[in-house]
Ligand binder design. Sequence first.
Ligand code: NZQ
Ligand code: ZN
Length: 388
Amino acid sequence: MNSFQFHNPTRIVFGEGETRRVAELTATYGRNVLLVYGGNSIKANGLYDQTIDLLKQADIEVHELAGIEPNPRLSTVQKGIDICRREGVDFILAVGGGSVIDAAKAIAAGVPYDGDVWDFFVGKARIQKALPLGTILTLAATGSEMNGNTVISHWDAKLKRGSGSPHIYPKFSILDPTVTYSVPRNHTVYGSIDIMSHVFEQYFSLTKNTPLQERLCESILQTVIENVEPALSNPNDSVARANLMWSGTMALNGGLISVGVHTDWATHGIEHEVSAIYDIPHGAGLAVLFPNWMKYVYKERIDRFVQYAQRVWGIQRDDRTDDELALAGIEATRAFFTRIGAESRLADFGIGADQLDRMAEEAVRYGEIGNFKRLGQQDVRNILEMSL
Ligand code: NZQ
Ligand code: ZN
């Protein structure tokens, strides 16, 4: 295990009905709020009306930025920055999934910054300060509700890039699993695969002697695997929705499950290049790519893939070799993704070979990616080609 520091400042307020605490939590930080949300989902499920009513009853002034896109765009972030500056906003409240929260974080960082907020996403500047923000999470997936990451798409340039800073951790996040009852089937699937993928990025590591971190990872994977199908067959299953929600937060909250571990993140880098161009849901891209990344790299440390097959999928050794066991675990992953309804090929989204070179080139723009196996441009291209 390597040396580490861990600090996570986000207050989690978890439970059915806790969305009613939004005004008291918000008032701790500001009285002139930008409410950031996506499409129609929070209007359809009543969360918008409830939130506006509660904020207004508490005499909190509310400005709105609606229409945050899935794969949120720089141009929308810039609109939010303009509103905050013009109206003297002192707190940002994001009500939505990862896209809405990421947009809110980028706005929060952009308001006090003199240059172009995109600078933070291309390594031209570091986030030094930000407006405070809070969230009501509506979709179990990214962990953005309890981490310092934001991922934004520059649609005109067809680039999707991440940035991170301790300054953009939400001050609080309200996690009410009943809010996720209305998440449609496909986004329940994609969100769950995103959660599993966050664990994969941290679990498939060359770092040794980390049994607690490994078991934390395995228990999140098992919890997601056990709860996805119940949530799909009964979207109002409170137990399944609660377990998925907390799994999502635990899987990517500043690295709690991977302290002292060298993490990978190559597959996320590759997926971002796919959604930058084709605008597909993040979890859908990961479902296609991750089993192929696994096949491409598993020989680097076969014992970790054997452990994965045995502990996560309960595959018995019988007379299998290590290689066969590792591959059986990878096949079990693909079979599970397919069973719950995820696509398995880029072609399922109409994606052909024409942009492979560009995606591979952009994925390694700042150098090789990944730690389990360092991947150069040709490796990335090979994985994309396996995924066509
Ligand atoms: O726009 P609305 O109407 O809200 O609809 C959304 C959207 O269409 C819908 N939805 C969300 N909550 C709902 C709901 N529909 C009904 N009922 C609800 N309760 O779901 C759709 C997808 O939402 P989105 O926020 O895009 O999904 P997700 O949470 O998966 O976020 C994806 C974005 O996060 C980035 C991804 O790259 C992508 O841009 N990521 C952010 C990370 C982070 N900040 O740490 C890490 C991740 O790896 C990821 O890269
Ligand atoms: Zn992800």
